[in-house]
Design a protein around this ligand. Structure first.
Ligand SMILES: Cc1cc2nc3c(=O)[nH]c(=O)nc-3n(C[C@H](O)[C@H](O)[C@H](O)COP(=O)(O)O)c2cc1C
Length: 165
């Protein structure tokens, strides 16, 4: 490979994204993972995708559970993004460390309090792509709230107006 992966990362860092927490129910426990490789795919049917590293625990959980939530973070939820990006974390101190609280949807999926939007997703297909898998899912329900988004740009958290406190 001639292109340096660090250069690739730098180029992709120019593409500003929102930040999501992918949530799953694991035998009554909440499992969450921070992800920004998330996109809308189709309107008919309603499809989205998320790309997950083969080494992430969430990778195996998505294959096993085939149902997940996508929680689009609000500007004041940076600590929640940082919490669910930490390797080998448990859910136990999510409320204490990051202020993350969850409700359950009718399907039992954990839904983060005060996120900008929530999408209830049912896995449709999974396609391996290099060291990640592209999980494509049908969107069965959404919740939308008012507010500004948390952004990720050049490897840093931002708000619509620039730096965030
Ligand atoms: C802003 C941000 C975005 C991320 N996006 C992704 C992503 O789209 N896919 C992915 O596999 N990991 C992504 N990660 C890394 C995972 O959140 C991290 O590896 C996590 O510890 C995996 O958790 P798990 O092993 O419990 O699945 C991201 C991290 C950050 C901080």
């Amino acid at each position: 490979m001639s292109l340096d992966p660090a250069e690739f990362r730098k180029a992709m860092g120019c593409f500003a994204t929102g930040v999501t927490i992918i949530t799953l129910d694991l035998d009554g426990e909440v499992h969450g993972m921070t992800a920004n490789a998330f996109a809308s795919v189709s309107l008919d049917p309603l499809l989205v995708l998320v790309c997950v590293d083969h080494t992430a625990r969430t990778h195996a959980h998505l294959h096993a559970k085939k149902r997940f939530g996508v929680n689009i973070l609000a500007e004041n939820q940076r600590a929640i993004s940082q919490y669910y990006a930490r390797p080998a974390r448990t859910h136990d101190s999510a409320e204490e460390d990051a202020g993350a609280l969850f409700d359950r949807t009718a399907k039992g999926t954990p839904m983060l309090h005060a996120a900008l939007a929530y999408l209830e997703c049912r896995l449709q297909s999974a396609e391996d792509a290099g060291d990640h898998t592209i999980f494509i899912a049908e969107v069965e329900d959404v919740v939308v709230r008012k507010g500004d988004p948390l952004l990720f740009f050049h490897g840093q958290y931002r708000g619509i107006g620039g730096e965030i406190k």
